[in-house]
Design a protein around this ligand. Structure first.
Ligand code: LLP
Length: 401
């Protein structure tokens, strides 16, 4: 289920461009797919808020029964603002000050710690009085590209698996209530085998820590970006987890919960960036299409060489031609090279698909161009959920001396 071409055109006409448009029902559908695939397990899903933190999106995510994963104290505060209870909030950060962890503990949410150094400080402050999780670096290479791979042996994330001896000592000395073992090996993981490997590894560790009752496998489920790509096989992952948990239960008598932190899986496909064509510039080699957006609004193609499907909403039946789709920022900000599109004319409206995750959220006001407005379609009704930024917004925090 998605927003129709007519609905996208309607939103652009009503609210102007550039514009982010999201579709509430697609988020709910994706959540339902997760819930169905893992229904035989004791599973919980925490939406990785970093993908898109608009409060109306967070409220929608809460309304469909999903919990929330936050990567900063401010994301935790946004989640509370959106109505999540502390029991529904998980905080998984890295390289943060202990003061931030203390603040999050004071809010009563679940906390996952990513370094021995912070765990030592946590132990000194709370001992076993507050349950805690630890992020393990499993030394597994996974994910769509190196920038979004987080579990490999050179990664900054988590406590390296080879330091598990020190972790054990810390837990035993301070009688920590180690509740959760966590890994997040990367984003856009297409192979179920990566999750199978992760769960095996965490179960071996769980054996060493009798208080552990939760295995958190992080996010990273892949959604198709290119037309020929496939979604991660959730049923295959569920089956691997089910088998591994059953074996563990037989061996130890312990019944575990599994947690996931999906970001892209829930919101990527639900979002579109709409931009208007400002300039068509034919040259000897390629025809450039300039739009009223750029890397300031959707940085994924430039930062990760990510593919985003593009459609020409206002001339869908035009003669196909290869175009270089580019932004209006003062450096090279190509959205796509040699992309075949129905003939593009100045004034046409283009849609960049799969822009819901890490789209608006990574936007900036580079070149003093304002960030787009955001619209949420629910039951066929578009509602503005963030007004377009203005020059006054850009000036608001500045102190003129
Ligand atoms: N859990 C943790 C601890 C994470 O660090 C992340 C993402 C997730 C869950 C959610 O991963 P997802 O399900 O969305 O793949 N900006 C990049 C993606 C960075 C992901 C960072 N961490 C992109 O646009 O591709």
């Amino acid at each position: 289920m998605s927003v129709s071409r007519e609905e996208l055109i309607h939103a652009a006409t009503t609210f102007g461009t550039p514009l982010y448009v999201y579709h509430a029902e697609s988020i709910a559908d994706q959540y339902q797919k997760l819930a169905n695939a893992f229904s035989t397990l004791n599973a919980r899903f925490f939406y990785a808020a970093k993908a898109l933190t608009n409060i109306s999106i967070l409220r929608h995510v809460r309304s469909i029964g999903c919990s929330i994963d936050c990567s900063s104290v401010n994301e935790v505060k946004l989640a509370i603002h959106a109505g999540f209870t502390p029991g529904q909030i998980l905080y998984t950060s890295n390289s943060v000050s202990f003061a931030e962890i203390q603040e999050v503990v004071s809010l009563g949410v679940s906390v996952t710690i990513d370094s021995l150094s912070n765990l030592e400080k946590f132990a000194a402050a709370y001992g076993g009085s507050y349950p805690v999780g630890v992020r393990i670096r499993p030394n597994i290479m996974a994910g769509g590209n190196t920038k979004i791979s987080t579990g490999h042996a050179g990664s900054k994330f988590g406590i390296p698996i080879e330091q598990v001896g020190s972790l054990q000592e810390l837990v035993e000395v301070h009688k920590l209530n180690l509740q959760t073992l966590h890994i997040h090996t990367g984003s856009e993981i297409s192979e179920a085998s990566v999750f199978a490997k992760g769960v095996q590894l965490l179960l071996e560790l769980a054996d060493l820590f009798p208080t552990v009752s939760i295995i958190d496998l992080g996010g990273g489920f892949k959604v198709p970006y290119r037309p020929d790509e496939k979604e991660t096989d959730l049923d295959a992952i569920a089956e691997e987890v089910r088998k591994a948990f059953a074996f563990f239960r037989e061996k130890t008598g312990r019944q575990l919960q599994v947690w996931f932190e999906p970001g892209k899986y829930l919101v990527a496909q639900a979002g579109y960036l709409l931009a208007s064509v400002t300039v068509v510039k034919p040259t000897d080699t390629i025809c450039f299409v300039g739009v009223n957006s750029g890397l300031n609004h959707l940085i994924r193609p430039m930062f990760y060489e990510a593919y985003h499907h593009i459609s020409n909403l206002t001339h869908p039946k035009g003669e196909p031609y290869p175009y270089q789709i580019t932004g209006n920022i003062c450096e090279t900000d190509d959205f796509a090279l040699a992309r075949m599109l129905p003939e593009v004319r100045e004034g046409d409206l283009l849609a960049f698909h799969n822009a819901g995750a890490y789209g608006f959220e990574m936007a900036s006001s580079y070149n003093a161009r304002v960030r787009p407005a955001e619209v949420l379609y629910t039951n066929g009704q578009p509602q503005l959920i963030r007004r377009r930024e203005t020059l006054d917004d850009l000036l608001a925090q500045q102190i003129i001396v």
